[in-house]
Ligand binder design. Sequence first.
Ligand code: CP
Ligand code: NVA
Length: 310
Amino acid sequence: MAMLAPTPAGLAGRDLLSVDQLGRDRLIELLDLADHLKMLQGRGVPHRLLPGRTLAMIFQKASTRTRVSFEVGIGQLGGSAVVLSSSEMQLGRGESIEDTGIVLSRYVDAIMIRAGAHAEVEALAAAACVPVINGLTDLHHPCQALADAQTLRERLGDLDGRTLAWVGDGCNNVCHSLITAVGMLGMEVRVATPLGFEPDPAVVAAAGPVTVTDDPLEAVAGADAVATDVWTSMGQEAERDQRVSNLTPYQVNRELLASAAPGHVVLHCLPAHYGEEITHEVLHGPSSAAWDEAENRLHAQKALMAMVMA
Ligand code: CP
Ligand code: NVA
């Protein structure tokens, strides 16, 4: 029978608001644990690392993968989840995020929040006495990046020296977290995006070397991984027409991928807008890792919870 991995050292600061907070060593430790938990899950071996622990999940925006993977994941670890829509909370009627954090800390062992402004999640983390996990803000989506990195390691092996090209909206939460994570793992990072859609300069500064170009072919040439996300993120709906107009040359399709490295993989966090940032043919084709990526949200977040809630 497979043994459980040794108890992870845990995060020094136990919040995860952005992936750079982990540092390279703990990121690798987390990904190794995620692989181990995936193996145990696949073999049907119980791994109740968090018996009796409770996770509160606050949603200020819609979710399918984040909600289900966290709720199923904490259950598989022996704990339970309380799912809270902000519109049904006093938070939605004006109670402060700080007071919400103080009160929830009296009931639960960790808080996951999906929000708009990143500063709101920082305020929650500052007020809460339990670990806070960022389940997406306008600036970062670290949980997605953990699953993406796990998926890339599965598909490509050692990532050191390999190349990832992001194509599309560069000033995007998923892009920010992904380029940070894979940069920490030694990948060369290129971003192809139009003028005005570049990644946040502070994120790039923390992420390490990133080549930004407005030429998708230049970014994708020889790339081992090509990643994209929707052109209109949650909260940007009023800008949709302008965004589609600017980003149309940045679609990930068969023609663009012809210049990528043989055996390249395509990442998309989902949900996808077919015919905009990616074609149906590519997302459902042999180079797509999007479905494993979605599954790995479960395994990577279980590893994260085991590290911050143990
Ligand atoms: N990728 C992702 O976060 O999906 P959901 O919005 O469905 O949670
Ligand atoms: N960038 C997208 C990601 C969704 C998972 C959004 O913020 O809507």
